[in-house]
Design a binder for this molecule. Structure first.
Ligand SMILES: CC(C)(COP(=O)(O)OP(=O)(O)OC[C@H]1O[C@@H](n2cnc3c(N)ncnc32)[C@H](O)[C@@H]1OP(=O)(O)O)[C@@H](O)C(=O)NCCC(=O)NCCS
Length: 190
């Protein structure tokens, strides 16, 4: 098994489950609350990020998106997008955002580990994202080998991270990450 293979095992899941959050699939009616959270947390400038170019004209996999709630209020979001990297299919994770007042309580990790478990159960093999390596290492993410995967926009290559949901999946993924062809495209967006 690859060192970068992630298995949200019982210890991690138990720790996350003990936090005061409820995790559930995103619903269409969550859209406005998620948009407001993303505006607060990441700001409107987020649309200029390289990862957003892969989301434009793409549709998130609404069956995988999760939200975190605390006392009935939506406080966290994670979404996944289909991408193609060379001949390989992969998921792009993001945005992951947690409301500032409830940070450092495990909601971010809880959403990620549950999201990855759902992606694996749905048969996905590889997840990439652009983010801070120390944080995402907690969920099993590691940098991709230099030059292996590029994005359609400027990004620090050290921040392109991956996790294999199936051992060896990264070996098939080389080149520019792009939106998947429409014919094999995703289901409806949430
Ligand atoms: C990053 C983020 C999702 C973490 O959410 P969270 O619910 O606080 O995360 P967790 O509780 O699971 O983990 C918190 C831990 O991660 C650490 N951490 C947070 N951001 C980090 C980073 N960029 N680098 C390294 N460690 C980080 C915290 O120090 C904290 O450690 P501690 O528990 O020892 O205090 C949240 O801070 C956030 O929404 N940030 C702004 C949006 C963002 O940057 N999203 C990621 C890119 S899309």
């Amino acid at each position: 098994m690859s060192a970068h293979h992630v298995d949200p095992g019982p210890t991690r899941m138990t720790a996350a489950a003990s936090a005061p959050f409820t995790y559930r699939p995103e619903r269409p009616e969550d859209g406005p609350a998620i948009d407001a959270l993303l505006d607060r947390v990441l700001g409107p400038g987020r649309h200029a990020l390289a990862a957003y170019r892969l989301r434009e004209d793409n549709a998130q996999l609404s069956g995988l998106a999760l939200v975190g709630e605390r006392e009935g209020r939506l406080v966290g979001t994670v979404r996944f997008w289909p991408v193609a990297i060379g001949e390989a299919a992969a998921l792009l994770l993001g945005p992951l955002a947690i409301d500032p007042p409830v940070r450092h309580m495990g909601c971010g990790l809880g959403l990620m580990l549950r999201g990855l478990a759902g992606a694996r159960a749905a048969g996905h093999r590889l997840v990439i994202l652009v983010g801070d390596p120390p944080y995402y290492a907690r969920a099993g993410f590691a940098p991709v080998p230099p030059g292996r995967i590029t994005l359609p926009g400027p990004v620090d290559p050290r921040r392109i991270l991956h996790v294999e949901l199936e051992p060896g999946a990264l070996a098939d993924a080389r080149g520019m990450a792009r939106r998947p062809p429409r014919s094999s495209g995703p289901g409806p967006s949430a």
